[in-house]
Design a protein around this ligand. Structure first.
Ligand SMILES: [Fe+2]
Length: 225
């Protein structure tokens, strides 16, 4: 992805979150210069990978296959320094913008429609410990405390205010229904994007960036650079 496109998407995301009066922590507004003025006192932000995150899954067409995220809180699995066992994110799925089929090894996550349009899910059980979808067995999922039993791959609509709980090994793909962008919340177990994601098809978790202009905001994937 070009950095100019990432910058544009983050500016639009700031407007989108503000339109719901959803406020982000102060470091969300840091410029690259602001980051360089800080030292070890903000090490937790880097180490727990808090902040802006955006991916086109390495497919090169962000608005059709992509997701914008901001990690608000997180810990590090197995760490005594950051033992927080939970995480929270706020995300945006634009109209028909698909988050590709994946599941998690360890993380249980609640995906919450915080407002906007409808969110559409397609769910499958995982075949053993493979990257394959079980196209035979029904999927059990909780929608706000209500147990649903779904045919594999059937569409489940999550409307504003609703949420579903995705347990490990439940493959999920989701997108905003045509015509309405969705602000999505995630409340989950501790998040480890380097080891916990299982992708059904080849894809990258973080974008490959072409630096055609200076960053407006740093992404979590910029912290290590
Ligand atoms: Fe997920």
């Amino acid at each position: 992805m070009k950095r100019s496109e990432i910058n544009r998407e983050i500016r639009l995301a700031e407007e989108f979150f503000a339109s719901f009066s959803f406020r982000l922590p102060k470091f969300a507004a840091y410029t690259p210069e602001d980051w360089s003025k800080h030292g070890d006192e903000i090490k937790e932000i880097y180490d727990c990978e808090l902040g802006w995150d955006l991916t086109d899954f390495g497919r090169g067409n962000f608005r059709s296959e992509g997701l914008l995220l901001f990690t608000i809180r997180n810990g590090v699995s197995g760490s005594t320094l950051y033992p927080k066992p939970y995480a929270e994110k706020i995300m945006i799925s634009r109209s028909e913008q698909v988050t590709l089929m994946h599941c998690h090894e360890a993380k249980t996550e609640d995906i919450i429609n915080r407002g906007g349009g409808n969110l559409v899910f397609e769910l499958f059980n995982r075949k053993g410990k493979t990257t394959e979808l079980d196209r035979e067995t029904p999927v059990e999922v909780s929608r706000d405390g209500e147990l649903l039993t779904l045919a594999p791959g059937s569409k489940l609509i999550i409307s504003p205010g609703e949420s579903i709980t995705l347990k490990p090994d439940v493959f999920h793909k989701f997108y905003a229904e045509k015509g309405g962008d969705v602000m999505i919340g995630e409340v989950s177990a501790v998040n480890d994007d380097h080891n916990d994601n299982v992708f059904h098809e080849p894809q990258l978790r973080f974008p490959v960036i072409e630096e055609d202009e200076a960053p407006y905001r740093l992404l979590v994937s910029d912290y290590r650079k």
